[in-house]
Design a protein around this ligand. Structure first.
Ligand SMILES: *Cc1c(COP(=O)(O)O)cnc(C)c1O
Length: 423
């Protein structure tokens, strides 16, 4: 019996998060035993160059020595106390002092939780009910965010998962990304009842989709006009597009920000933060309830804070990662042009995507034009040749500081081979 067979016997679908099952690439999952720097090793000892990086958190590569040592030391003091620690204070202070638009921050255990809590807070603070999101943006699996794409404008939101009731999504409106006209229409229609607009300032869960010039500024302006909050879901972009995330990169100040992934350095961590006046509505100061048995866990805080400090203190780190990323993606574009392959590439900073459509991808509908069968074929070629990319088309490729030029050159050769040999 294979491990996947055993997994299927005891875990639904054999996995603890659906994408890991490799269903959309029609393969069986690989099982990872360990990871180091830019590499993953499966249980058969096969080595892969890793461009998933745990879906983003491992921006310093796997098994970073300093993080590992600090975590081991922290473990010697016990794993959890369910009481306040100095570590949580250090973490919060560090973020607030170094990210301009964060005045207070609350730690949680996942990106899902961060978003769910930020939305509750936005509703509590504004006294309004509706939430606008964008088709193709992922905000975790809380009920109100599991709404079908493109269902919002005409009628109330339709749930995208069974088990989510109509009433859970009735106040969520989902509209196309990069489309300010539709956003304005929705604002006009529900003028006094929009609690917040939430988005990924760079879409990274429909493949990588960049905001058009003025899109983010336009949203900010509409939120100001209608007295609604702007929430940037920076679970992926936070501490990746530079230390100040997308907010700083695009110079737009959101009211609330959600974090996850990099902030935990591979431990289960999320956070939400923003303006003091808003954050002070959270219990025990205010009337918006939110809690967590393991929130601010000392081991998780140690891992996350160590990673953030390394990112902050090594001034060139983002330049270096971004340069490697540019080298990778510009060369991929070259390969595509040279070989006349029907693909397009979107990238920014250290994340990007190859879409299997030659058309420009700027929203969910254009992303969906990708030929996912071709992606599956490409994925298999890459995997066979020791490169691990996301086992699904609509995800990002992530670069870490351990992806050096040699590794990327080797990757480019295999990408060229893999793209040319799609059956
Ligand atoms: C991953 C992700 C989430 C959910 O985070 P989890 O830790 O998986 O719950 C939310 N928003 C965005 C933008 C994400 O990429």
């Amino acid at each position: 019996m294979s491990i996947f067979d055993i997994a299927n016997k005891y875990i639904p679908g054999g996995v603890n998060s659906p994408v890991r099952a490799f269903k959309s690439v029609n393969l069986e999952p690989i099982f990872i035993e360990k990871a180091n720097k830019a590499y993953l090793y499966d249980i058969n000892g096969k080595e892969y160059i890793d461009y998933v990086c745990s879906w983003g958190p491992m921006i310093l590569g796997h098994n970073n020595e300093q993080i590992r040592n600090n975590v081991i030391k922290a473990c010697e003091n016990g794993l959890s106390y369910g009481a306040a620690t100095k570590l949580e204070v250090d973490m919060a202070k560090f973020i607030c002092e170094n990210v301009e638009h964060i005045e207070k921050i609350r730690m949680v255990n996942s990106g899902t939780e961060a978003v769910m809590s930020a939305i509750r807070l936005a509703r509590g603070y504004t006294g309004k009910e509706k939430v606008i999101k964008f088709d193709g943006c992922y905000h975790g699996h809380s009920d109100s965010m599991l709404i079908q794409a493109g269902s919002g404008l005409m009628t109330e939101g339709i749930p995208d998962s069974s088990g989510v009731t109509k009433n859970c999504t009735i106040d969520t409106i989902s509209i196309p990304y990069n489309n300010l006209e539709i956003l304005e229409e929705v604002f006009k229609k529900h003028s006094d009842n929009i609690a917040c607009v939430i988005l990924e300032p760079v879409g990274a869960n429909m493949g990588v989709v960049l905001p058009n010039d003025n899109f983010l500024k336009g949203i900010r302006d509409l939120c100001d006009t209608y007295k609604s909050l702007l929430i940037f879901d920076e679970v992926i972009t936070g501490f990746r597009l530079g230390f100040g995330g997308a907010s700083q990169y695009f110079n737009i100040t959101p009211d609330l920000v959600t974090y996850g992934k990099i902030i935990g350095a591979g431990m289960p961590v999320g956070a939400y933060g923003g303006k003091k006046e808003i954050m002070d509505m959270i219990a025990p100061n205010g009337s918006v309830y939110q809690a967590g048995t393991l929130s601010g866990n000392p081991i998780a805080m140690t891992a996350g804070l160590t990673q953030l400090k390394i990112l902050k203190e090594n001034k060139n780190i983002y330049d270096n990662i971004n340069n490697m990323s540019k080298y990778l993606f510009e060369n991929i574009k070259d390969i595509i042009t040279r070989n006349n392959i029907e693909c397009s590439v979107n990238y920014i900073g250290s994340l990007g995507s190859i879409f299997f459509t030659k058309e420009n991808v700027y929203d969910y509908i254009s992303a969906k034009k990708s030929d996912t069968k071709k992606y599956a074929n490409y994925f298999k070629n890459m995997l066979d040749n020791g490169i691990y990319i996301a086992p699904a088309q609509f995800e990002a490729m992530f670069i870490s500081s351990e992806h050096n030029k040699d590794i990327i050159d080797k990757t480019l050769n295999i990408i060229e081979y893999s793209l040319k040999n799609i059956k």
